[in-house]
Ligand binder design. Structure first.
Ligand SMILES: *Cc1c(COP(=O)(O)O)cnc(C)c1O
Length: 319
């Protein structure tokens, strides 16, 4: 595991807005186990080890970054892994699932209706009976262990010797908001976390975040501060909903990669980066602000979007 590089983005838009932009490249920590999914897994793996479990079982869709990371991390740290996949089996396996199988993950499929019961005791008991003693990690690694891991993300980008800046705003793409919660708990009171939900109507997440933060602080798990920093949801950049893309987003991603050497994933980070660049042009931030954009990884999932894209130029040339 490498420390994630901190990369400055020299963009005219940021310069015009008088704002400094940095990207924390969690996507570069490890070829397979990276992004926020590594931070969400870390304390789940440690708890499983401590309790002498040898098998991890978790849940996800067919292109899930979490399934991909769990398969690789399990292999790396000596766990058997079982992936419970939403929907029917489709052969040949897509690149995400065939990677998971190469890493030794056993795949099981649940139809969508049964999959929805994944967090209920009856289904969990059924899985325990079928597979023996397994350590169950929720979909996305989204539990309090996941939040705990995410309290360590921004610490990797804190000013080290020679750096005199601190970040005013930490921006992150948001699915379940577990990552946002961990980040908000790790900031000091002058800083602010800004989350960009990738789901339509993401405002409902505000309540989830409040309860995640309350539960975390009540759990006695370690937190650097006794209360979370300010946080904010910006719900305007979902592009139609989860895994939905349009021409603008695809074009933006391609240009951002060419100009700044930062590849973005279409499901999460592209939407957040697009939102930040758009807000910069609207004067949303103050001159002199310094922004940290957390690149949460997820690049492996781009194949799913590229394969069904109607735009030939998005499709990878060789496959
Ligand atoms: C899972 C994921 C997220 C969302 O994380 P949450 O903790 O669910 O909000 C963001 N970015 C990427 C790349 C992801 O894979």
């Amino acid at each position: 595991m490498f420390f994630p590089p901190l990369q400055q983005i020299n963009s005219e838009i940021a310069r015009d807005a008088g704002v400094e932009l940095y990207v924390l490249r969690l996507d570069l920590m490890h070829p397979w186990v990276n992004g926020n999914k590594w931070f969400k897994l870390k304390y789940n793996l440690l708890e499983a080890k401590e309790k002498n479990f040898t098998t991890l079982l978790t849940f996800g869709g067919a292109y899930s970054n979490h399934i991909y990371a769990t398969a690789a991390a399990g292999n790396l740290f000596g766990f058997r892994t079982i992936g419970v996949i939403r929907g029917e089996e489709r052969l040949p396996l897509n690149p995400t699932l065939s990677f998971a199988v190469q890493q030794g993950m056993q795949l099981v499929y649940l139809n969508r209706q049964t999959y929805r019961q994944r967090n209920t005791p009856p289904l969990q008991e059924y899985l325990q009976q079928r597979f023996g003693e397994v350590f169950i990690i929720p979909e996305g690694g989204s539990n309090l262990n996941g939040v705990r891991g995410c309290t360590e993300i921004v610490g990797n980008a804190m000013p080290t010797a020679g750096y005199a800046y601190a970040f005013d705003h930490i921006c992150v793409a948001c699915g379940t908001a577990t990552t946002l919660a961990g980040i908000a708990l790790s900031l000091d009171q002058k800083q602010r976390a800004i989350a960009f939900p990738v789901l339509k109507n993401g405002a409902f997440l505000a309540q989830e975040i409040e309860s995640l933060l309350t539960n975390y602080l009540a759990s006695g798990l370690p937190a650097p501060y006794s209360s979370p920093a300010d946080w904010e949801l910006i719900c305007d950049y979902h592009f139609g909903g989860y895994a939905k893309v349009n021409d603008n987003l695809l074009l933006f991603s391609q240009q951002f990669r060419e100009e700044h050497g930062v590849p973005l994933d279409y499901v999460y980070t592209a939407k957040m980066f697009y939102g930040v660049m758009d807000l910069l042009q609207q004067g949303f931030f103050c001159r002199g602000d310094s922004l940290l954009l957390v690149h949460t990884g997820g690049l492996q999932g781009n194949v799913g979007i590229e394969e069904r894209s109607q735009y030939a130029w998005v499709k990878p040339k060789t496959r």
